[in-house]
Each structure stands twice: as C-alpha cells, then as structure tokens.
Design a protein around this ligand. Structure first.
Ligand code: 5AD
Ligand code: SF4
Ligand code: FES
Length: 347
C-alpha cells in the first residue's frame, strides 16, 4: 500500500510508469481514491477546470464489419438501419453551433455508401460553419485520410479497442490488428489530433493487457483517449458475457491521465450508461471532455451499440442544458475555446 502511494506520487511529476507498476495499481483496489484524486489534480494542473464539449452526430448505423461486441454489426438484423443526408448532417451541425458547441464529432459505422467525395463535401460544409471537426468513420486508406485532412478535418478517433492482437482478431472477425495500428500511424503522420482508446471488461481481457494498452497510448503519444466499459448487447454473440467493469475502466482512464497529462480524455457515454453519475465520476478522476449527442429524432435510439445507452429519448437542447448543469454542479465550467490538446484554441 505505502509502495503504491509512492508510485502514485512519483507519476504525478514524472508521468511515466513501468508495466509492473501499472499492473500493481490496477490490481489493488485500496488505492483507488488516491489514484482518482491524483488524476484529478493533474487534469486541473494541465488542462484546467474547463470541460470541453463535443457535439456528436451519429450519421449512419450501417457497418460492413461484424465486431462481436457491437450492436451495429453487419449480422444484427434486429436494428432499424438509417443514414443521414448531407443536409440533415449540416442542419444538426449548425444547430449544435447555435447551442455553443465548437467541435462536431461525425461518427458512424464503416458504411461505404459515404464515398470519399461525399465525406469531403460534408467536411467542407461543417468547416464552413467555423467549427472544429473530428471524424470517426473507421479504417480508411492513406489517400482517404489525406483527402479528409486536406479538406479541413482537425481530428480523428479510431479506438484500437484492445492492444491484444489475438483477442482483437477474435472479436473483430476479418479485421487485422496490424492494419488498425497502420491507420493510427497514418493519421498521426498526416497531422491530425489522433484519438484512440479501448474497451475494458471484454471476455478474456487481462490486467496485463490493460497495462499494455496504457503503455501503447503513451508510445504513440495519443492526443485523445476514450475508455469505455464493455456492455454486453443482447443482439450480439457476446450477449452472455459479464462486462460492465466501470471501476476498472475509471482506473485505466485515471492512469492514462497521469502519464499523458495534457491530452483530452472524455467521460464516456458507456460510463454513464452503467451509473447515473458515471460521467461526473470520470470528470473527477481525470476526464475533461463530454460528447453530448446532437443527433435529432428517432435516430438516436437506433445507434444502439449497447443496451441502456443514455439520452436516446432526449433532444440536443435538453442534453446541452443537462450536461452544463452537471458540470457546474461539481464546480467546473464549459470551455468556450476549440479545445485542442492542452486546452488550446488552435493546434
Ligand atoms: N460496449 C461498450 N462499448 C462498445 N463499443 C462498441 N460496442 C460496445 C459495447 N457493447 C464501442 C467501441 C467502438 C465505439 C464506437 O463504441 O469501442 O469503438
Ligand atoms: Fe462497425 Fe465499429 Fe461496431 Fe465494429 S465497433 S461493428 S467497426 S460500428
Ligand atoms: Fe443527455 Fe443528460 S446529457 S439527458
């Protein structure tokens, strides 16, 4: 215990941990409060009390992949599928701007209906609104990533999901872990702010594997890092699995803040879906970003990655005031800048 408190103290100044140290911290639950408190202090020191809001548009729930954990998987026939038009997307983006959002996150399944040229048109439309733009549309070629960057995209999210190659390839049939790593390297090379992340609590995932995940985040110097508890979905092959490891997810997130002190870390929707205070707990354990949904209408409930997803019956305007209230209730404020890494207004 004393030894673990020393490790926590040391990482607060050095921002470095060995694999063994990470494993010890993850294995011991007596030091959780100290760990969360340390991550909270480092968050405050490096990225202030300002919380970055990102307006999330879930523009297609159609995906050509078949990830075993995900409700949007190709073989899930129990899902009403939808695609938003360019006009709908731009309408949601401009409404988000009117609610004070400075960043739009455009997220969808891997849906080839949206060709390179269609995506470029959407990017240009959103950028003409003077918003920062994050894309999260999966694995693309170098040329596509380059074209999206040239069209003005600022950031890209692509979770590695797990750094355990064997587990990844079992859970994401037909997909290659090496290709995913390549995609992340390409995105960095092209000058995006790059976000990655993992799920916590997948079947056969180990503490050692989380330690490798955290070391990987540091190695690639990720600019954004999303960590969410795996929540089993009834409409997938992993229906009977346990998952729901909120505390472990918070611990992985807190350690990530300590070793990458100035990055953007969201309090994820999956955390709040397991606990009504999940996002506030995360914001007090190292997180500094929230990504409220700005998609309107019935689409929200069809973007069913996992059961119990929050806000599916709410409107963008409701979520905006709800989240501001929650953020203010813990003595934090909503940022008015673009929220690049290090709480900067420009990259
Ligand atoms: N539980 C939690 N997170 C999930 N995701 C997909 N399915 C689930 C699930 N059942 C996450 C993946 C993906 C992100 C969009 O949602 O990490 O990258
Ligand atoms: Fe598609 Fe992403 Fe879901 Fe996998 S996790 S099925 S790539 S939407
Ligand atoms: Fe959507 Fe609270 S953020 S209801």
């Amino acid at each position: 215990m004393i030894k673990l408190l020393e490790i926590i103290n040391k990482v607060k100044t050095e921002h470095k941990l060995s694999k063994q140290e990470i494993i010890s911290l993850l294995n011991n639950n007596d030091i959780n409060q100290e760990l969360f408190k340390a991550a909270d202090e480092i968050r405050k020191k490096y990225v202030s009390d300002e919380v970055q809001l990102r307006g999330l548009i879930e523009f297609t729930n159609i995906c050509k992949n078949n990830c075993l954990y995900c409700g949007l998987r190709r073989d899930n026939k129990n899902l009403v599928k939808y695609r938003l038009t360019e006009n709908q997307i731009l309408d949601f983006a401009s409404k988000a701007k009117s609610f004070g959002y400075k960043t739009i996150v455009l997220q969808g399944g891997e849906d080839d209906y949206y060709t390179k040229n269609k995506i470029i048109k959407i990017i240009k439309g959103i950028k003409s609104l003077d918003l920062a733009l994050t894309l999260s549309i999966g694995e693309k070629t170098y040329d596509e990533y380059k074209a999206f960057r040239d069209a003005g995209t600022d950031r890209y999210l692509l979770r590695i999901e797990t750094t355990d190659k064997t587990l990844y390839e079992k859970l994401d049939p037909g997909m290659s872990h090496e290709n995913r790593l390549d995609c992340l390297r390409n995105l960095k090379k092209l000058g995006y702010e790059v976000g990655t992340g993992v799920m916590v609590g997948l079947p056969n995932q180990t503490i050692e594997s989380y330690a490798n995940d955290i070391l990987y985040f540091k190695e690639i110097n990720a600019d954004m890092l999303g960590i969410g508890p795996f929540i089993p979905n009834e409409d997938t092959p992993l229906a009977g699995c346990k998952g729901k490891e909120l505390t472990m997810a918070l611990k992985v997130m807190a350690i990530t803040r300590l070793i990458l002190p100035d990055i953007n870390i969201p309090a994820t929707t999956a955390m709040e879906s397991l606990n009504t205070n999940g996002r506030l707990m995360a914001l007090q354990s190292g997180a500094n970003v929230v990504m409220p949904n700005v998609t309107e209408g019935e689409y929200r409930k069809y973007y069913a990655l996992y059961p119990g997803k929050i806000c599916t019956g709410d409107t963008p305007v409701h979520c905006r005031s709800c989240i501001t209230g929650k953020i203010n209730s813990i003595g934090r404020t909503v940022s008015t800048n673009y929220g690049f890494r290090g709480n900067k207004n420009t990259k």
